[in-house]
Ligand binder design. Sequence first.
Ligand SMILES: [Zn+2]
Length: 332
Amino acid sequence: MPAPNHRQHQIEVVESFDLAQFEPGTSTKLRVSMVGNGLGGLISVPVVIIRGVEAGPVVGLTAAVHGNELNGMRVIQEVIAAVKPEALRGTLVCVPVVNVPGYLNNTRSFNDGADLNRTMPGKADGTNAQVYAHRFVTRVIPHLDYLIDLHTASFGRVNTLYVRADLTDPDSRWMARCQHPQIILHNTAGDGTLRGAAMDLGVKSITVEVGNPNAFQAELIHDSTAGVMNVLAHLEMIAANERQHAREPVICARSYWMYTQVGGVLTVYPKLADRVRAGELVARVHDIFGERLAEYRAPDDGVVIGRSTHPVNQTGSRILHLGIEGSLTAYT
Ligand SMILES: [Zn+2]
């Protein structure tokens, strides 16, 4: 009688793969090796390759580059369940967890403390996280034409369902719109991000921020799964997606975080996706005796993309992520 997880051991571990090696109309689970651990064993990332019957675009889905950002993993599982290889044109490359050590430790960071999404594309010869990033970028990303990288807020904060995309890029623009998110934030991919490393390789990429860390949020998972399926439908990889819904996103031309200047107990007033006016009171900090230490007012009119939920704050803690509205037509 095999152990309950015996089947997991049957999954082939490879250093690299070639999409042509998979039969059209099949779905294959793989582990792609990344780095060695202290036992002399391998740390590998789980990959599912769904190769359609007809040739077509290659779309990559990645989640948990930050190890405790879990909604995207569930989105990818739902997409894997929904997409039938015999009815697919093109190929899906699904990586439900990119940062395997962080996922196992239930941390955002890699196990050496590095932020993997500030480390891309890594280095062939460097720290553990740099080598891991380099191997991920060289072993998985070059297969793709398009990438949707799924994230959430960090610990102690919450996010709307929002997309980060370079809206000057026409492909990023339609990919972002396909998500029907609450907010689309124009943002050229930051240094060290997986989106940036992929864009540098010519892979059209967006980042989808799916709510909050350390949780599965059913409604947001449903909406993001629909967003991924909309991209596949737009590329005519699947038949028109029936899960589409028509929320019009707020377009933000830029954004910034407000930070506290004092330590103490933080209360943030606006809710996610609320619009605030310049000068509006958005947060207070009290000392431990309940005496008011500071008030914070919105510097600009804007929309709340994300906010702190953690009352205990030191000087320099994040208060809220304010998006400054723009218009999609500014980029077309
Ligand atoms: Zn993240």
